[in-house]
Design a protein around this ligand. Sequence first.
Ligand SMILES: [Cu+2]
Length: 127
Amino acid sequence: VSKRTISVAVAAISAGIAGLTLVATGMSAVQSPSAVKPVKITVTMSDFKFKFSKPTAPKGVPIVFTVINKGPSPHDWDLDGTKGTPVVDVGKTTVLKVTIKKAGSYRYVCTVPRHAQFGMSGNLTVK
Ligand SMILES: [Cu+2]
């Protein structure tokens, strides 16, 4: 290994650290408690529907979805094919934290086979 190769590697590592610092600073600004207060929404699952404690969700704000399974079958809640809960057993609760940046209509389903066609699907309005 030549001296030149080592100095290039050191430069790359320094650049990486500088990048990380920048990201961390940005994140702490976003998560400042006075600036952003999470919104809580309860999602109640049963055979075969979803019920929401709020009709719409806010954009750009952390949302804490408390997902409760009150049905006699296991269910999950998949939002837009990108976020979702694991399958929630009967009587159990799980929490999904998301921040949705763009307003719009986001499709959600229960991914257990046939549950969406039985009625476990809909659209979440974010604005
Ligand atoms: Cu289901």
